[in-house]
Design a protein around this ligand. Structure first.
Ligand code: THU
Length: 133
């Protein structure tokens, strides 16, 4: 699958966003090395803190189906916002736990696309290594 096809799948996922409060729709897609894909969208709640971001929806879906970090080829996160869909801080922490540090993360708002890794998005992260010993 090309990068653009993965981004297009994330835009398809975005159509299922449930965002009546912010009206900001986000989509995401995890692509596995064997070609499997897992879609996610942001799902809001009237108790705002319970909202689930699109990239967490997608990666939790992948993990729920047995995917692990070494299986993941790439992740795409998209929105129709004025800037590329940079993941929030909470999502960066979750992606740091659940993705390899060099796996590409494509961010797009249709007009512009850039590719980052989680180690670029969340340098000097806290993780399991800090709890060892
Ligand atoms: N949102 C995401 O889905 N991903 C992010 O990384 C940033 C924020 C969602 C959460 C909420 O539904 C809406 O965007 C506005 O914050």
């Amino acid at each position: 699958m090309t990068k653009q096809e993965l981004i297009d799948l994330a835009f398809t996922a975005m159509e299922n966003a449930y965002a009546p409060y912010s009206n900001y729709h986000v989509g995401a897609c995890v692509l596995c090395k064997d070609g499997r894909t897992y879609l996610g969208a942001n799902i809001e709640n009237a108790s705002f803190g319970l909202t689930n971001c699109a990239e967490r929806s997608a990666i939790f879906s992948a993990y729920s189906n047995g995917v692990r970090k070494d299986d993941i080829e790439a992740l795409a996160i998209v929105s129709d916002g004025p800037y590329v869909a940079a993941p929030c801080g909470a999502c960066r922490q979750v992606l740091c736990e659940l993705m390899n540090e060099d796996t590409p993360i494509h961010l797009s708002n249709r007009k512009e696309t850039c590719t980052k890794t989680i180690s670029e998005l969340l340098p000097m992260s806290f993780g399991g290594k800090d709890l060892e010993g």
